[in-house]
Design a protein around this ligand. Structure first.
Ligand SMILES: Nc1ncnc2c1ncn2[C@@H]1O[C@H](COP(=O)(O)OP(=O)(O)OP(=O)(O)O)[C@@H](O)[C@H]1O
Ligand SMILES: [Mg+2]
Length: 364
């Protein structure tokens, strides 16, 4: 079976306004051909708006979209080498699965026999061999999701745009589909631009990701960089869990900084733009709090919630409630006194700026 190769997608100073409201401030980025690129951000930050300008359902107010180096200005959605999967899958309930997949080919003048052959090949690709005669209603949520993917791939897109395609599925199925989507992307080489507000999804699947807030891209990097080297306080608070502590920078030496705050004083990694005398936040991941009898800090266990392999715990040291992650087999319980160490050498200090207002999705 032949599939189109992926194409690169470039946004050049792309902006989108609705009346006076700017949904997307001038944005430039390039998604490489064959890349799995995610856009992560809270509700209303402009993710779907960007996807619609790439697919041609929406014209930008400024700047341009290039696909494979070609300017898309003025090209309608059906003339672009893209396919979009919407959150509501919009499968045709009365059509069988094979006809659903073949649907887009009819409009392109492909004969019936060739359409159905192609549909069966795509069903094989998404691991639904032999399910072609069923109706969508006779499939599980994850299977329907795969039909929608096969249908989008049927028209041979060079770029597949996916708008929160897994959000309706339960956790187990979502995790399973993450791996499936990734493997379909690798098999086809099609460029994927994947929108989600679930950080776990973006971190698990992407080659690179953009974190967005209020119409502006905050950082574009690999998942590892976004998690370990967030560019600013918004990204650090949105991606992954952290203890977020107000701090002041008293000293800088090379990559490290000395900080004071309600935690006393600590030495931590200095993030982008951190300067002496500045107000900052110290971001300490729960896994950077180590419970040990040798620890110089002491506190009382306030709360424990078992999550299986791990447990989440808060420890109050009189000044701060520290959020820590410990092995699920731990025998600690509420009221116990513990000693602990804050591994601030791996924690990060960033200039004080906007934090994510609400944090949803899976904790990473
Ligand atoms: N057609 C429109 N007219 C006016 N405002 C719009 C229109 N479409 C979107 N907006 C506004 O633009 C902003 C961005 O919307 P968008 O749909 O891109 O958000 P999103 O990041 O996809 O959010 P969600 O995660 O909730 O889907 C929102 O404030 C929204 O209200
Ligand atoms: Mg949206």
């Amino acid at each position: 079976m032949t599939l189109a190769r992926g194409q690169s997608v470039s946004l050049e100073h792309l902006s989108v306004k609705f009346g006076d409201f700017t949904a997307v401030h001038p944005t430039s980025l390039t998604v490489e051909d064959g890349e799995f690129f995610s856009i992560l951000g809270p509700s209303g930050c402009g993710k779907t708006t960007i996807l619609k300008t790439i697919s041609g359902f929406l014209e930008p107010s400024g700047g341009r979209v290039l696909i494979g180096g070609k300017n898309m200005a003025g090209l309608r959605a059906n003339r672009r080498p893209t396919a979009m999967i919407f959150q509501s899958l919009a499968l045709f309930p009365l059509m069988n699965v094979r006809d659903n997949v073949a649907f887009g080919l009819e409009a392109r003048g492909v004969g019936r026999a060739a359409r159905l052959k192609r549909a069966d090949e795509l069903l094989e690709l998404v691991a639904l061999t032999g399910q072609g005669d069923k109706r969508p209603g006779e499939l599980s949520g994850g299977q329907r999701q795969r039909v929608a993917i096969a249908r989008a791939l049927a028209v041979d897109p060079e770029v597949l745009l996916l708008d929160e395609p897994l959000s309706a599925l339960d956790l187990k199925l979502r995790q399973h589909m993450r791996a499936e989507l990734r493997s379909i992307q690798q098999k086809t080489g099609v460029t994927f631009i994947y929108i989600t507000h679930d950080q776990g999804e973006a971190l698990a699947m992407s080659d690179r990701m953009a974190v967005m807030n209020e119409g502006r891209i905050q950082q574009i990097a690999t998942p590892r960089e976004v998690y370990h080297q967030p560019q600013n306080a918004f990204v650090a608070s949105f991606v992954g869990a952290s203890n977020i502590l107000p701090a002041r920078v008293v000293q800088r030496d090379g990559p490290m900084a000395e900080l004071t705050g309600p935690f006393g004083s600590l030495r931590a990694r200095a993030g982008t733009g951190l300067e002496i005398g500045q107000d900052a936040y110290l971001f300490v991941r729960p896994e950077q709090i180590l419970i040990t009898d040798m620890g110089e800090r002491a506190g009382r266990v306030e709360n424990i919630s078992m999550e299986g392999a791990q447990a989440q715990m808060t420890i109050n040291d009189g000044a701060i409630s520290w959020h820590a992650e410990i092995p699920g087999r731990s025998v600690l319980s509420v009221g116990h006194h513990v000693r602990f160490v804050v591994d601030a050498e791996h924690a990060l200090a960033l200039p004080r700026s906007e934090l994510a207002a609400s944090i949803d999705g899976d904790a990473a």
